[in-house]
Design a protein around this ligand. Structure first.
Ligand code: SF4
Length: 270
């Protein structure tokens, strides 16, 4: 076992993004290469790709059941009213959309807060509700995140009640090695996990969605139409052309850079 930071005195919760690295952690648990957490929690942003849930239902939930580990998939709307904007007076826009400057045509990107509001906060509220806030605070929670060494810049040292830990970094695993671990266990290649309207997607992700998931691509097109109707300068894709007029091709770029800059919770794309 190479998970030296494992602390059984605290509550151990694997935060599943539903994607490659989270699935690899669960496979490693089933192989005895990682210890059993107390619980696995995935927050459904209610804009997740449906193939991620199909995969969880068909392959991961039965595995967890066989290991006797509870796996809770919770909907964000059960724990927060924040959606595209915060529900406070400031109505802050949460996803990191692109903005076209009317005068110069320059394209910039907004900071992203959706992962924190849609995932981290509901996750923490669920744990507090389940264990009782006082008990959870007293014992402390180890939040296992599926970051790999190729994304090491996403690692944040936290401590305190919600201490983030990174078993896959300790095991020196890359995302590609995680795919191999899952496939070697006899499971199909895991899908990439992210929202169907996520501005952190790169063109290879859009190309895949346009070709292989047309219903969700159509939802993203409709989503962006409504977005532009309300905020004419906002876009979902970095080219700033509306999604509906584009034919995407795989440009070979990864998503790492945007995730480091615009999504620091470690709960997305894992
Ligand atoms: S996948 Fe993208 S849109 Fe969804 S919560 Fe994460 S950063 Fe936000």
């Amino acid at each position: 076992m190479t998970f030296k930071r494992y602390n059984p005195d605290r509550i151990n919760v694997l935060s599943s993004g539903g994607g490659t690295q989270s699935n690899a952690m669960i496979v490693l648990i089933s192989q005895g290469k990682l210890p059993k957490p107390d619980l696995i929690v995935m927050v459904d942003t209610e804009r997740e790709m449906s193939n991620v849930f199909d995969y969880q239902r068909e392959h991961i939930l039965p595995l967890c059941e066989a290991m006797g580990i509870e796996y809770h998939i919770i909907k964000k709307s059960e724990y927060t009213e924040h959606d595209l904007t915060t529900k406070n007076d400031d109505e802050r826009v949460l996803p990191p959309f692109f903005i076209v400057n009317d005068d110069t045509g320059e394209i910039s990107k907004m900071p992203g807060f959706c992962s924190g509001k849609w995932k981290t906060e509901p996750f923490q509220r669920h744990i507090n509700k389940l264990y009782g806030e006082k008990y959870a605070t007293k014992r402390g929670v180890e939040v296992w995140l599926g970051i790999t060494i190729d994304e090491a810049q996403r690692v944040k040292v936290t401590g305190g009640k919600w201490n983030r830990v990174y078993p896959l970094v300790e095991m020196m695993l890359t995302r590609q090695m995680c795919i191999q671990i899952v496939e070697d266990a006899g499971l199909p290649t895991p899908p990439r996990s992210h929202c169907w309207m996520c501005p952190n997607r790169h063109n290879n992700d859009w190309a895949d969605m346009q070709a292989n998931h047309p219903e969700e691509f159509a939802k993203a097109v409709e989503f962006e139409k409504n977005l532009i109707a309300k905020w004419p300068q906002y876009r979902v894709n970095r080219s700033a052309d509306p999604l509906g007029v584009q034919t995407f091709v795989d440009d070979g770029r990864g998503t790492q850079l945007d995730l480091i800059q615009f999504c620091d919770t470690g709960m997305c794309f894992t």
